[in-house]
Design a protein around this ligand. Structure first.
Ligand code: FPP
Length: 264
């Protein structure tokens, strides 16, 4: 237990990180770039795939912590379109790991009332992986506690390009007036229709990039970077990220004084 000294010299138990979180100010949507699996494995003299396998433990921890706290949406960047360019063996191993993890975790998702969703170019996934994923999504479709959203074969630029194509088609066919193209309308043409934008983005491994992730949706997200590699990320680290987020003043272009007078 951590101990705090007070002025009288008594030792009082320090509240845990979880207890310090203000549940009223919880982000509704947290997005995560799970980075550093390969370097984590290399540090241990192991193959990169060993890092991915251990990354699943962190996925479990963070999903559980978010559901326990009451976060409504958790989006995990599990595979980008650029990741298809990795060595064939690594791509194969990742697809296999995804399939096995989804198969193994489905009971836990159902028990915990968590809905599994996926965003990205899902048709490019191997058939077996896609089938497993579709089955899990169907079986959890009615769950309401939290959405666990996997970004798979995902690219923010390609998501926006598809949205532009679909909107243009509606305009060309006379179904949509160009003056009715609003920010809200664009949002509806993205994979994340009806999912609020993330208030908090976490990226592990010390890299400070967005890497083509949720380009539209992250416009006003608070960004949190940690040097930890993804397999070392856990519940306590998530609590730290949320506490850091809760210290920030979200101004959305306004002045600090304006925000203070709104909340006073
Ligand atoms: C990035 O680390 C991680 C990935 C590309 C894959 C993430 C996959 C998992 C955590 C496991 C499966 C996930 C689910 C949801 C079941 P990296 O390989 O880029 O690491 P590096 O930057 O150190 O090379």
């Amino acid at each position: 237990m951590h101990l705090n000294s007070n002025f009288a010299g008594f030792h009082l138990p320090m509240s845990t990180l979880k207890e310090q979180i203000d549940i009223e100010k919880l982000p509704q949507h947290i997005a995560v770039i799970m980075d550093g699996n390969g370097r984590w494995a290399k540090q241990k003299g192991k193959l990169r795939v060993f890092g991915h396998t251990n990354g699943v433990k962190a996925v479990r921890e963070v999903s559980e912590a978010c559901a326990e706290l009451g976060v409504k949406h958790l989006t995990l960047y599990a595979f980008s379109t650029e990741n298809w360019n990795r060595p064939k063996e690594e791509v194969g191993a990742l697809m296999e790991l995804l399939l096995k993890t989804v198969r193994l975790e489905i009971k836990t998702l159902i028990k915990n009332n968590i809905r599994l969703r996926a965003i990205g170019d899902l048709d490019s996934l191997p058939k077996a992986t896609l089938n497993e994923l579709n089955e899990a999504m169907e079986k959890t479709a009615g769950n309401t506690r939290m959405d666990l959203i996997l970004a798979l074969s995902y690219s923010g630029k390609s998501e926006l390009t598809k949205a532009i194509q679909n909107i243009s088609k509606e305009v060309a066919e006379g179904k949509l007036d160009i003056n009715n193209i609003t920010e809200d309308l664009v949002s509806k043409y993205l994979y994340t229709t009806h999912i609020p934008d993330p208030e908090l983005l976490i990226r592990t491994s010390g890299e400070k990039r967005i890497s083509n992730f949720l380009l539209w949706q992250l416009a006003y997200s608070e960004l949190y970077f940690t040097d930890l590699f993804w397999p070392d990320f856990n519940k306590e680290e998530l609590y730290k990220a949320i506490l850091d987020y809760q210290q920030r003043q979200r101004r959305f272009g306004k002045t600090g004084e304006q925000i203070q007078s709104q909340t006073a």
